[in-house]
Write a new protein. Structure first.
Length: 72
C-alpha cells in the first residue's frame, strides 16, 4: 500500500496506489530536471492508457508530485 494520500487529479482513488507505485519506480533523481519530468510524464501516460484512465498525463504527473511531495 502507498503512503501517499489520494489527491485531486485524473487518477481515481481506486487506481491511485498502483499509480504511485508505478511512478515511484520511474522516479530517478539522478536525471536532469527536464529529463526527470519527461520520464515521469511518459510513465503517467502509459499507466493511464493501460488502465483506461482518461485525462492528461501532465495533470497526473502533478497529482503524483503533490501526493508524494516529490520534486526535482
Amino acid at each position: 500500500m502507498s503512503a501517499a494520500k489520494h489527491t485531486p487529479g485524473p487518477v481515481p482513488a481506486s487506481k491511485f496506489d498502483a499509480f504511485v507505485s508505478c511512478m515511484n519506480a520511474a522516479d530517478n533523481d539522478d536525471l536532469p530536471d527536464g529529463a526527470w519530468f519527461a520520464v515521469l510524464e511518459e510513465t503517467a501516460a502509459r499507466f493511464m492508457k493501460e488502465n483506461g484512465i482518461k485525462g492528461d498525463e501532465l495533470d497526473a504527473t502533478h497529482q503524483w508530485i503533490q501526493a508524494t511531495g516529490s520534486a526535482a
